[in-house]
Design a protein around this ligand. Structure first.
Ligand SMILES: N[C@@H](CCC(=O)N[C@@H](CS)C(=O)NCC(=O)O)C(=O)O
Length: 234
């Protein structure tokens, strides 16, 4: 893979969605880097020429000349193009499609709800307790779905006994909730109560590639949280 040119992931500071792609790139041992843009630049040209939806991530792959947006589509592309040894996916029909179910659950059931909680807790101009309650309940529910499945499934990962891209895609938003030091939302939710979920997240973090990207994510969030604390105290 060393002859490959560096793949570019457009991101915006600590935004979670680009990190889903980063975990997959790092696990596949591909050369990659973030190109971080300020939020206001996402909704205008030249970025919207890459991604008409004006959000991150977008992947630019100079090796194939392709530009792809939407994290799920990017991950599908990376797996199809670069995971020739099936490190992060299954080729058997049952497992292949089950992995896809978890992937779709992540992009439609975790990401948007956790993202809305982040918005209502940290950015919305009014404090709306009912909105915060609704999305906090979704955080609990989604974690419960994962925890219950892992308990019932009895294997180490979401599908069978090996890690897949679907496991990796859940990491950034799960790192952003609960009582951990880099969270800004659902801080009252004690995620330790979901033991299968907690063990699964730890198992993922024990992987060197995951640990490396997780550290990048933690470092950037720690800086932001420290700056916010300094702003509030000053
Ligand atoms: N469905 C999209 C969601 C992407 C998304 O919401 N990204 C956020 C950052 S995590 C973003 O770009 N927000 C900027 C905005 O809302 O203007 C995906 O999975 O790629």
């Amino acid at each position: 893979m060393s002859s490959l040119q560096t793949l570019i992931v457009y991101s915006s500071g600590p935004s979670p969605n680009p990190y889903k792609v980063a975990f997959v790139l790092e696990e596949l041992g591909l050369p990659w880097k973030f190109e971080s843009l300020p939020m206001p630049d996402l909704k205008k040209e030249p970025y919207t020429n890459l991604n008409p939806n004006g959000r991150v991530p977008t992947l630019v792959d100079p090796n194939t000349g392709l530009t792809i947006w939407e994290s799920g589509a990017i991950v599908d592309y990376l797996v199809e193009e670069y995971d020739k040894d099936a490190k992060l996916h299954y080729t058997t029909p049952k497992e292949k499609n089950l992995t896809r179910s978890w992937q779709y659950f992540q992009v439609s059931g975790q990401g948007p709800y956790f993202g809305q909680l982040g918005w209502f807790e940290n950015h919305h101009t009014e404090k709306l307790p009912s909105a915060i309650e609704r999305y906090t309940n979704e955080v609990r529910r989604v974690i419960g779905v994962i925890d219950g499945h892992l308990a019932k499934n009895g294997t180490d990962f979401l599908v069978g006994a090996k890690v897949t891209y679907a496991d990796l895609m859940f990491i950034p938003y799960f790192k952003s909730v609960g009582k951990g030091k880099i969270t800004l939302m659902a801080k009252d939710v004690d995620t330790a109560q979901w033991v299968h979920y907690t063990a699964w997240l730890k198992r993922l973090h024990d992987r060197p590639a995951v640990a490396k990207v997780a550290k990048m994510y933690e470092d950037i969030w720690e800086q932001i949280i420290a700056a916010k604390a300094a702003e509030n105290s000053g």
